[in-house]
Design a protein around this ligand. Structure first.
Ligand code: TYD
Length: 213
C-alpha cells in the first residue's frame, strides 16, 4: 500500500539527506510539513543510536528487529507518520524501510529483513541521494562522532546494495523513485529536491495556501 503525502530520503552515510531535510524545514510551513528521521528520537531509536555508536553490542538480527519496532512506532504512534499524512501534511523521513533492506540485509540476509518490514506502507516518493563512496567518506570523516558503519570498505558495499535494492523496492510498491546527484553543491541539490517534490499534489496545495495568505 502507498501512503500518500509520504516522502523518503535515502543514501549512503554522508550523502547529505539530513542537510537537505533541514533546508526544507526552513522553507516549508510547520503547519503543513513534518520532517522526521530514523532511527527516531523515541526510546527504541535512542537504543539503536547507542548501539550504532558502538556503546551497546547487539546481534545483527536484534538490530533488524529493533529498527522494525522503531519504525512501527514512527508510523503508528498518535503523532506518527500515518496520522500526519492523513491530516494532509507532507511528511519527509530521513531513512525508512530501504535502509533496513540495505544495511541489515547485508548481515541477516534479504529475506529476514523483507519479512520484518513487509506490512509497512510504501512512500509516495523516494529520493535516492547517489554519491560515490569515496566522496561520502571525505564528508563523514570530518565529523566528531562516527558510527560503526562509517568505514569506506563497508560503505562501498552499501552503495552497491542501494543500486540493486532500491529499484526492486520501488517497483514492488509502486513508489516513484528519483535519483538525486548528490555530488553537486548543497544549493544545486536543494533545487533538484524541490523540483522532484513539486510534482506532488500535496506540495501544490501547500504552496497555493502559502501564496493566498
Ligand atoms: P544517519 O541517518 O546516518 O544518522 P546520523 O547522521 O545522525 O548518524 O543514520 C544512522 C545509521 O543508521 C546509518 O548508518 C544507517 C543506519 N540504519 C540502519 O542500519 N538501518 C535502518 O533501518 C536505518 C533507518 C538506519
Amino acid at each position: 500500500m502507498i501512503l500518500q503525502n509520504f516522502v523518503v530520503l535515502e543514501g549512503t552515510d554522508g550523502s547529505g539527506t539530513t542537510t537537505q531535510l533541514e533546508l526544507l524545514q526552513k522553507k516549508l510551513p510547520a503547519s503543513s510539513f513534518v520532517a522526521t528521521f530514523e532511527p527516531t528520537k523515541g526510546p527504541i531509536g535512542k537504543l539503536l543510536r547507542e548501539s550504532l555508536r558502538g556503546k551497546i553490542p547487539l546481534e545483527p538480527k536484534t538490530l533488524a528487529y529493533l529498527f522494525a519496532a522503531d519504525r512501527q512506532e514512527h508510523l503508528y504512534a498518535p503523532e506518527g507518520i500515518v496520522s500526519h499524512c492523513q491530516q494532509q501534511k507532507l511528511v519527509i523521513s530521513d531513512r525508512y524501510v530501504p535502509s533496513s533492506l540495505v544495511y541489515q540485509g547485508l548481515f541477516c540476509g534479504d529475506e529476514v529483513v523483507a519479512q520484518l518490514n513487509q506490512d509497512f506502507p510504501y512512500p509516495e516518493l523516494l529520493l535516492y541521494f547517489r554519491l560515490p563512496p569515496e566522496i561520502a567518506a571525505g564528508r563523514y570523516e570530518q565529523r566528531s562522532e562516527r558510527d560503526i558503519y562509517e568505514r569506506l570498505d563497508f560503505q562501498k558495499k552499501i552503495h552497491q546494495r542501494y543500486e540493486t535494492v532500491l529499484p526492486r523496492y520501488c517497483e514492488k510498491g509502486g513508489t516513484r523513485c528519483i535519483v538525486i546527484d548528490a555530488t553537486k553543491s548543497i544549493a544545486e541539490v536543494a533545487e533538484e529536491v524541490w523540483r522532484a517534490l513539486s510534482h506532488m499534489p500535496i506540495l501544490k496545495t501547500i504552496c497555493e495556501a502559502g501564496t493566498s495568505q
